[in-house]
Design a protein around this ligand. Structure first.
Ligand SMILES: Nc1ncnc2c1ncn2[C@@H]1O[C@H](COP(=O)(O)OP(=O)(O)OP(=O)(O)O)[C@@H](O)[C@H]1O
Ligand SMILES: [Mg+2]
Length: 224
């Protein structure tokens, strides 16, 4: 049974810009799906439809064969508690500290902080961020903020990870660290959908690769 299925999805932004054109896509449990494609091709839009921040203009999305349009907001929020989402624009709380941002996400996912504390420290250490633990997000560099976004999503031990350009601002060592963590998560059974231009990730030849071009889906990669 498919985990997520997109059927004839079209997304039109007003007045009539077609950001996604007739997308059919199936994500199986345990898949590692890489989405690439030029800037403006519709990658973020596709992810937003999957985590239901946007609604399709036509077509339907299914989770375990249940149409999104039949799922109430509260029920979907409950499902999403077990998902980790890495946003392209961070979506961190600027005036809260690194620790508070991570804690908030874990509390909302109903994780017990007593069990999580040492894991937070472990991951901050791994990403060279331990010294910044009490700094506010707005006091961090762009790359540091991005790493916090990644840690926040990964520490939830999500059943489904949606990552939008998780390595966009990062140095090679951090990218390498993120790739290792993604591989670990995938081995543990997490389903992963990741949008990226990053040649390091695309060249790894992990998972299935699809390309979006002007809102249309093409198998394989447009530049490799
Ligand atoms: N809220 C919106 N209203 C109108 N147009 C939008 C909106 N969001 C995105 N678009 C348009 O839809 C197209 C696809 O945008 P999207 O953010 O999905 O691209 P992307 O493939 O993620 O690009 P990038 O690689 O730069 O992140 C773009 O042309 C963009 O201008
Ligand atoms: Mg994008």
């Amino acid at each position: 049974m498919s985990f997520i299925r997109l059927e004839k999805i079209n997304k039109i932004y007003p007045p009539y810009f077609r950001a996604l054109v007739n997308i059919n896509l199936e994500i199986e449990k345990g898949d590692f799906l890489l989405i690439t494609g030029p800037t403006g091709a519709g990658k973020t839009t596709l992810l937003k439809l999957i985590y239901r921040e946007e609604k399709p203009s036509h077509g339907e999305i299914f989770i375990k064969n249940k149409p999104y349009s039949k799922i109430k907001e509260k029920e979907f929020r409950k499902l999403r508690q077990r998902w980790g989402i890495i946003f392209q624009d961070g979506k961190l709380f600027e005036d809260l500290s690194v620790y508070e941002n991570i804690k908030l996400s874990l509390v909302l996912a109903e994780k017990k902080m007593r069990d999580m504390k040492h894991r937070i420290y472990e991951f901050l250490e791994r990403f060279n961020l331990l010294l910044k633990i009490n700094k506010k997000i707005k006091e961090l560099s762009g790359g540091e903020q991005q790493k916090v976004g990644v840690i926040r999503a990964i520490l939830k031990d999500p059943e489904f990870l949606i990552a939008d350009e998780p390595t966009g601002n990062l140095d090679p060592m951090s990218i390498y660290e993120i790739i290792n963590i993604l591989k670990e998560l995938h081995q543990k059974g997490t389903t992963i959908v990741l949008a990226t231009h990053d040649p390091t990730i695309l060249n790894l030849k992990i998972g299935k690769l699809i390309t979006l071009e002007k809102g249309e889906l093409i198998e394989g990669c447009y530049f490799l």
